[in-house]
Structure formats: C-alpha cells, structure tokens
Design a protein around this ligand. Structure first.
Ligand code: 0A1
Ligand code: ZN
Length: 874
C-alpha cells in the first residue's frame, strides 16, 4: 500500500528534518499492540517545509508535540503519510513528538513490520517496514539512537529482545513484564528489531582482538537447542575471520540471533539482534545436508559482516543498496572460500550468476547494480544488486590487488564510520587508497545488462607473436541506447602447447597468466616468444561478469581442461564442451555425440583433482545455465537434450562412474563432504540406467535408516530421493511415504519433502501438486512452505513447468494470485520465471504472457507485482 509513484535516484535530497533519539515503548498484544514513539527531531536548515512521516497499516491514537496534544485539524493523515505543516510546528529547530499508534501483528501476513511467527512476535523493517510499526522518517539517511521498552505477558513471552544492551527489566501487574534496551550506535530504522517469545537459548562467547568479551546468544524454538551449534561455531569463525582479514572487531557487548519459521528472506542484520529464517540456523547431522551446513555458515557470516558493511557505514538511500549488499556478499564469498575449497566455492558462485543473474539482466526488470528508478523497494533485493554487485567489488579487488583493497576498506571506515553514504564514496576510497583512476569503472554502477566480449586471436609463426583482440558490447535497448565501454579486468592464461601434456610437474613456467584491462570498445594485445600458437584460457577465476563470444574447438577445450593452471578455466572448458553438445542436441535430437566426451569424463573421474572439484566438473550445466546461453529457447527440446546427454554419459562412462561411486562410499570421515558430492553426481548418472537403479534404493534405505548420529547426514537420503523423483523410479512413492512418516514433525525437513514432491518428473504431476497443496501441513502463509511447492516446481521441474499445454504456467500464476493477497513480497518473487517469457520460443511466450495478463487484471494487485507485470507487458 505504499505510494504508487516511482522514485528516482536523481531526485535524492537530504531530509528536511532528522531524528536524534527515539524512545519506543511497545506493549505487545496479538491484535492490538500499542506503540508509543517519542522522537527528538531537528529541523535541518532554514525552511518552511512540513514534517512528513511515513506510516502504513497504523491506527493513530494521539500526537503530542513539545508536550502539547496536537489536534486533528493541525495535521493531515492518509494511508501512507502523516503530514504536519510548518504552521503547526513549534518555533526553534528542535522539538519532541510523541506518537501513539496501535497495530495488528496477528493479521500481518505480509511479514513486514511487526508480525507473529508461530507463537513469537518478531519484526522485519528493511527496507520500509518500520513505517508499519510507527510513523517515522523511514529512510536510511535518518540515523538515531534507539531506546526500546518492550512489555508483554511473562509466561508467553519470557524473552523480550531488541537492539543494543539490556539496561532495565522488571515485573508489572497482570503477569506482565518489561525489558528496556539501549543501542548506543545511531542507526536507520530499517535496522530496528524486536523479538518476544519463549525460546531455547544457546549461549557462548567470543573474545575480540582487543580482549573484550562478547556474549553470543542464539534463540531457537523449544527443543531445537542442539541444532543451533553449527550456527554458533559459524558465528565465531566469522568474527575471527573479519578481525584477521579486515581488522574489523565487533562493537557491542552482546550479539543475538533469533531463528523464526515465518520469514520472507534469508536473514536480517538488525543491529545486535539478527533475525534469521530458521532454515539458515538449524542443522544437525540427522536433518541437514552438506549444502545446508555450508549455507548456514555463509548466511551467518553475511549477516555478521553487515555489522561493519551496512550498519556502521550504511546507505544514503535505497538506490545505494549494493553499497552494503554487493560488498557484504563479496566478503561472505571470500570467507566461504577460505573456510572450504576456494575453487569449488567460486564455481558455485559463478553457476548462480550465470543461471539466474544473467537471465535477470536480460529480462524486463533488468537494472544496474545501482538502480535509478524504483516503485517498490522490495523488488530490488535482486541477484543483480547482490551477486553482480559482489562481482563488481571482486573486479575492483582484482584491479587494485589485495593490499590496496584492504587499504581502501580502512579508508572507507575511517572516513564514513557512523554515516550513510553512496557507492561513489566507496569507489573513491578505493581509488584514493590505490592511486588508480576508477572513473570509468564507475560505469558498472549505472549500466545494466551482461556485456559480451568477442575474442579474436592471431599467431605469426615467423615472429612467434600471438595477438589477442577483445571487443566489448553491452546490450543496446530503449532504456540504454548508448552503452559506454566498461573497465573490465580480463585474466587470461596462455597455455604453451609445446609442453608434454603428460608431465605432472613443473608446468607452471610454461603457462603465462596475464591481467588485461579492457577499457575500449576494441583492444589488441601482443605477446611474444611462442614457437607455436598458445591455447587461450579466457577469464581465469571468472574475472568479470561477462559472456564470451568465443568458439573454441574440442581440441582447444580439451587442452584447457587438462593443462590450464587456473582451476576455474579447467572447469569452465569442460562446461563449454558439455554445453556445445547440449546446444547441438537441442536443435537436432539425433546429433551424434563424440566418443571423446566419454574419454574426457573418464579422465576427469580418474584425475588428480579433489573430489568436490570433480563433482563440479562432471555435472552438466543446469537447465537455467544452458537456457542463459540460448535465444528463442525451446524448453522441451532443451530438457530432452540435457537428458540425452546425461544418458549418453551414463552409458559410456558407467564403469568408471560405478567405480567412483563405490570408492567414494568407502572413505571415512575425511573429506566426507567432497566424497558425498562426487558420489551423488555419479549416482544421478547411474540412476538413468535400469541396471543400476537398485543403487538408488539401496542408498535411500541405508541413509534414511541410519540412526548413528556420527554417520548420519541427510545429503545421501535426499540425493537418493532426488534421483528417484527425477527418473520417477518405482520406489519413489514408498520412499516419500517413509520419509514423511519419519519427519512429519520437523518443519524444515518437511519443506524438503514438499520440494521433492513438486519436482517429480511424471505425467501425473499436476494431480500430485494439487494433493500437495491440500496436504494438512501446507500453508501459503509460511514463505518457506509456499516456496517448497511453488518455486520447487517452477525452478526444478522444467519438463512440466514448460509443458506445451501451458498447465505449468497456469499453476504458477494461480498460486501467485493467491499469494498476492497474503504476502505481496513473496508473490512478486515467484513471478520471476514468467516475466522472462521473451527468451522462449513463440508458442511458450504466448502461453506465459497470457498468464501475466490474467495476473495484471487481479483486483487487489500489489505494487510489488504491478511493477514487474508492467515492465514485462510493455
Ligand atoms: N539485508 C538482508 C536481507 C533482507 C532484505 C529485505 C528483507 O525484507 C524485505 C529482509 C531481509 C540481507 O542482505 O541479509
Ligand atoms: Zn545482506
């Protein structure tokens, strides 16, 4: 219900009033929570502007200005704003305003502002949720110190939490009690948080590098204490890493994390009181997979790192969101790489970027990492702002080097601690620290779309000079008619074919690694001293978020796969080879795949790489990754092409796949994560062959019934179930029944069960989806649960999502329509696969578009959905 007018970056102006202190008193009750908000306001400069406060879904009880009641005729109120004209404001620059409102948390299914998650109260204020708690200057450049008194029933809500340090508490009549919190760090209201509930509490501590002791507290639903241990260890690792890597120390005496089941996003970095989707906190060996463990550590780190990059230095306005998000994602990716295999972490990050962000950047909602026009801010928590934003920071890191980057971070904090700043401020700090001119680099913040780099090579045998010409092109569209050349770091490796490909040692001096800075439309580099044309390995470490227009033949790709030093290039060459077969098969189902592929797969399986890396090497590009490289996609032909290739590899490499599967099963504790990863990729190939399908049943039986907590891990159970669902094996329904019986009481595990159910590759899927929707545990009100059917189907079941009757699109649209009434933010995220309709072949485009038109006509269309549908339907 926020304003339906778009806002523009170009219109930014500083606030006419600021707020020094906020004194909140919140008396919690399910349907009528009372909020008393006492503000100390300061007029900025000499002006006669009205004081305009944001507020939505609030019932105003009273206003008191400088201790005098403000009567209704002296202010204006509408659905989104409270306006006090200059004529009603007191003389002088400072004044106090006490606003009393009432809100209804129980009815708040949008999960923004104050809402109930199960039996607990909790808040979500980013980006503009505080205005659903009280009238306020709800913008990130208004920073105030908050004192928060929370009052509630003592039995139902023994824990009353807010930001900062606890300064007072006590009992009140009627079984009520209160706790008062004071946060000494001025903050924008989007970092405000409140939680009240009855939890189990895991406590530990961390001693900072300067010797201060910080209490660490993780609050989880009753009975889940043991499941918080991994999160606690992850937090301690994150705190230590940020001290070691960036010299950044935690600043309050207490750091709290609360896990809740009802949450729109992953987690939220509220000062001193993070609120987490329970999916990113709870894990134990029985119910979590290896990727759950990995993701929990990464999200805990991400939120912790925000304490400096986001909270101590925050954003001037929401257009600058990538200032905190791109930088913090970069930091969490570096952390994950340091904690695990940096090569595999990088590959996984690139997979996400290429499969999902590239599609966003080519779709109707494409925007620069610093958007210029926003209707609903919640629509801009995107892969572009986060993941491409992190790639932009990574390019900076590559261009100026690790030491200058660290120096730039030091400059940034020295200049801007306690302030709300811009992306330009960050880049300027990096430029000043490194002495590098980053003027052109800043274009990455204002241009959108994935640049394409065209590669041309030449070799002069007489002189031994190798010449490389690179041209760049960003998309030209109506919104971006004249894109400029970007400053792009291109890391390459030149592989000297002369050397013995069987040599296992001392290859390093034979390859040359270069960092090229592409700054013009077209640029040429020459390298001398080659007796034969070297083989080019482009984009080492994926040094820039670009697409390549570069066709390398099979021999060259095999050379890169074998001989590049850069692990990313070795992996990427393999993926290119696989992708070329997928492309051929999409256009010609009878295309004959070269048997050389089987040799390549076999040698990867037997190669000396670590097993997690091999798992990535032999995994096929996903449907989305492949789609990202095509135009006029025929989704069913693409699905069949991937299946054909998968079957071809399974048949051709079956012996080595089986041998590897068995070898991975034999190893003990050491590298068990990598072993499971490789084993399960092998299983997914083998499950395509009837003679090996017994392995899936065996693995399910063994893993799902193993109650030895030292060995149990849900990875193997889920991998077996996924194989059963993808191939629709006869044991599937029995396995799903067994799984449900075992886990029906565990919410997060049941989300996995629903997701498997929605991704079954079966002609019966629409009946099954309807059964799942009718399951007693299904509710659209819990976003994780809603996504477990709806997103799982749209993202993981391409064969039926894109079925030619259009039923898949219709299913998604029907669920979005329901969700629009319940939770607009989640509804708006669900629409992503439909708005990208223009990348598909005409028949699919039409079916998808018809659903978008139906949605556009919905009676209560939210701003969130409207912004996307408008963009998609022009
Ligand atoms: N800042 C959080 C993510 C977040 C963003 C928006 C939310 O509600 C609209 C909730 C969380 C992060 O980056 O982790
Ligand atoms: Zn973040």
């Amino acid at each position: 219900m926020s304003s339906t007018e778009p806002r523009f970056l170009a219109d930014y102006r500083p606030a006419d009033f600021t707020i020094n202190t906020v004194n909140l008193s919140i008396e919690l009750a399910d349907t009528s929570t009372k909020v008393i908000n006492e503000l100390e306001l300061v007029k900025q400069g000499d002006h006669q502007q009205a004081l305009v406060l944001n507020g939505e879904h609030l019932t105003l009880i009273s206003l008191v200005l400088n201790d005098q009641p403000l009567h209704a005729e002296l202010y204006q109120l509408n659905d989104t704003l409270l306006t006090i004209p200059a004529s009603s404001l007191p003389e002088g620059d400072s004044f106090t305003l006490i606003i009393t409102t009432e809100i209804n948390p129980l009815e708040n299914t949008a999960l923004e502002g104050l809402f109930k998650s199960g039996d607990a109260f909790c808040t979500q204020c980013e980006a503009e949720g505080f205005r659903r708690i009280s009238y306020y200057l709800d913008r990130p450049d208004v920073m105030a110190t908050f004192t928060t008194k929370v009052t509630a029933d003592k039995t139902l809500y023994p824990f009353l939490l807010s930001n900062g340090n606890k300064i007072d508490s006590g009992d009140l009549p009627g079984n009520q009690h209160f706790v008062t919190w004071y946060d000494p760090f001025p903050k924008p209201c989007y970092l405000f948080a409140l939680v009240a509930g009855n939890f189990d509490l895991l406590e530990d501590k961390f001693t900072t590098m300067s010797g201060r002791e910080v209490a660490l507290e993780i609050f989880v639903d009753k009975g889940n204490l043991a499941k918080a241990e991994h999160a606690m260890v992850s937090l301690q690792k994150s705190m230590a890493w940020d001290e070691q890597t960036f010299g950044l120390e935690y600043d309050l005496d207490i750091y709290m994390i609360v896990a809740v089941d009802f949450f729109n996003m992953g987690a939220m970095e509220n000062k001193g009181l993070n609120v987490f989707n329970s999916k990113f906190v709870l894990a134990d060996s029985q119910c979590a997979t290896d990727s759950d463990y990995f993701n929990i550590e990464a999200v805990i780190a991400h939120e912790y790192f925000h304490n400096w990059t986001g909270n101590r230095v925050t954003c001037r306005d929401w257009f600058q969101l990538s200032l905190k998000e791109g930088l913090t994602v970069f930091r969490d990716q570096q952390f994950s790489g340091d904690m695990h295999s940096s090569a595999v972490t990088r590959i996984q990050n690139v997979r996400v970027l290429r499969s999902l962000q590239f599609a966003e950047d080519a779709g109707p909602m494409a925007h620069p990492i610093r958007p210029e026009k926003v209707l609903e801010m919640n629509n801009f928590y995107t892969l572009t702002v986060y993941e491409k934003g992190a790639e932009v920071i990574r390019m900076l890191h590559t261009l100026i080097g690790v030491e200058n980057f660290r120096k730039g971070m030091d400059f940034y904090f020295a200049r801007f601690d306690g302030m709300a700043v811009t992306c330009d401020d960050f880049i300027n700090a990096m430029s000043d620290a490194s002495g590098k001119d980053l003027t052109q680099f800043k274009l990455w913040y204002s241009q959108y779309g994935t640049p394409v780099i065209k590669v041309a090579q030449a070799f002069d045998a007489a002189t031994g000079i190798y010449t490389l010409t690179l041209s760049q092109q960003s998309p030209v569209t109506k919104k971006q008619e004249n894109p400029q050349a970007l400053h792009i770091p291109i890391k390459i490796e030149l592989i000297n074919k002369d050397f013995d490909t069987n040599a296992s040692v001392n290859t390093s001096n034979l390859n040359q690694t270069k960092l090229l800075e592409l700054t013009q439309d077209t640029q040429t580099w020459s390298f001398s001293g080659f007796s034969q044309q070297p083989t080019l390995a482009m984009l080492a470490d994926f040094s820039a978020p670009v697409k390549l227009d570069f066709s390398q033949d099979e021999t060259a790709l095999l050379t890169v796969m074998k001989n590049a030093e850069n692990s990313f290039c070795r992996w990427d060459a393999g993926q290119k080879l696989l992708m070329s077969y997928i492309q051929h098969l999409t256009f010609d189902a009878d295309y004959v795949i070269s048997p050389a592929l089987i040799d390549a797969i076999n040698s990867m399986l037997m190669g000396g790489e670590d097993r997690a890396f091999i798992a990535e090497q032999i995994s096929l590009p996903s449907f989305d990754e492949a789609a990202g490289l095509m135009i006029d996609i025929e989704p069913l032909a693409l699905f069949d092409a991937i299946s054909t290739l998968s079957l071809f590899i399974a048949q051709g490499a079956q012996q080595q796949l089986l041998a590897t599967y068995q070898a991975c099963q034999q190893v003990g504790e050491e590298d068990c994560v990598a072993n499971r990863a490789l084993k399960n990729v092998c299983l997914s190939y083998l499950s395509r062959l009837p003679e090996y399908q017994y392995l899936v049943a065996e693995q399910y039986q063994q893993a799902a019934n193993n109650n030895d907590i030292t060995q149990e891990n849900m990875t193997d159970t889920l991998a077996a179930l996924t194989c059963s669902a993808k191939v629709n094996l006869p044991d599937l329904s029995e396995q799903l029944q067994h799984f449900e019986n075992k886990w029906h009481d565990t919410t997060l595990v049941m989300d996995k069960w629903f997701a498997i159910g929605a991704s079954i590759v079966s002609d019966d899927i629409f009946t099954q989806l309807n059964d799942l929707l009718k399951h007693p545990q299904f509710t659209l009100k819990n976003p994780n649960r809603a996504r477990s059917i709806i997103s799982a189907f749209a993202m993981n079941n391409p064969k039926y999502f894109h079925c030619k009757t259009g039923k898949g699109y219709q299913f998604l649209a029907q669920q979005i329509a329901k969700m629009n009434e319940i939770n607009p933010q989640v509804a708006s995220r669900l629409v992503t696969p439909l708005i990208q309709y223009k990348s598909f072949a005409t028949a699919h485009q039409q079916l998808m578009k018809a659903e978008l038109i139906t949605l556009h006509a919905l009676p209560n269309l939210s701003n969130d959905l409207k912004e996307k549908l408008d963009a998609a339907l022009i």
